[in-house]
Write a protein that binds this ligand. Sequence first.
Ligand code: PGA
Length: 244
Amino acid sequence: MPTRRPLIAGNWKMNGRLKDLAWVETFAEAVSADNCDVLVCPPAILLHAFAGAFQGQGISLGAQDCSPEPDGAYTGDISARMLKDIGCTHVIVGHSERRDGHGETDALVRRKAEAALNEGLTPILCVGEHLQEREDGRAVGAVLAQLAASLPDADATRLVIAYEPVWAIGTGRSAGPDEAQEMHAAIRAAWPGADGAQLRILYGGSVKPDNVEALMACADIDGALVGGASLDPASFARLVNLSS
Ligand code: PGA
C-alpha cells in the first residue's frame, strides 16, 4: 500500500494584503514538521508577491480558481497557463463558494480541472454536501454524484480531492472524524481507476489546531484544506506540526 504524504493547504479566500508578506516569516519560524507538504493559496492578486516569499520556505503556491480556457477574450479571468507561469503548482477548483456563489456547475468544474491538468498543475477538486442532504441521509450519494460529474480523466497522483461539507465551512462546526472518514472511504472506494490507494483526499471545513489531530488519525484522511485558521501564521504552523 503506497504511503500518502500528508498535505495541509491554506485557502486565504478574499483575505490578505501585500503587507502580509510578514506571514511567511512568522510561519517559517513556528513550523517544525518536515514530513508534510504545505501549500498556501493566496488571492490571485497576491500570488506573484508570495511566489518569491514562499520559495525556499517549503511552501508551495496555489491559486483559488482558474478559467477553463487557456488564453483569450475572457475579461477578468485568469488561466491555468498564467498561474503556472508565475509559479503555482496547484489550483483549487469547484470550491462551494464558487459553485454556490457563482453558479459553477459540475461540467464547468470538470473543464477547469482539465485546464489545470493540461498545464501540469495539480487541481484540488472540492466536493461536499449541503446540510439538507446530510440531514436526509443522502450525503454520501450526493457527494459521489458530484464527484463523478466533475472529475476529469486523470491518474490519482495528478489531482487531489477535498471533501468539504458545505455546512462545516466557516461555521466552526466541523464534521466529526467518523463522518469525515466514512465519506473519505466512500470517495476512495468509488475512484474509477485501479490507483485509488494513491489518491490524496483532504478534509475541509472548520479545521483548527484543536481538531486536526483526530481528523488526521483517520485512515483515509490525507490532509486538510484550511480556510480561517490559515490566516494566522502561528495557528497554521501549529496545525501543520500536529498533522505530521
Ligand atoms: P474554513 O474554510 O476552514 O474557514 O471552514 C475551509 C474552506 O472553505 O476551504
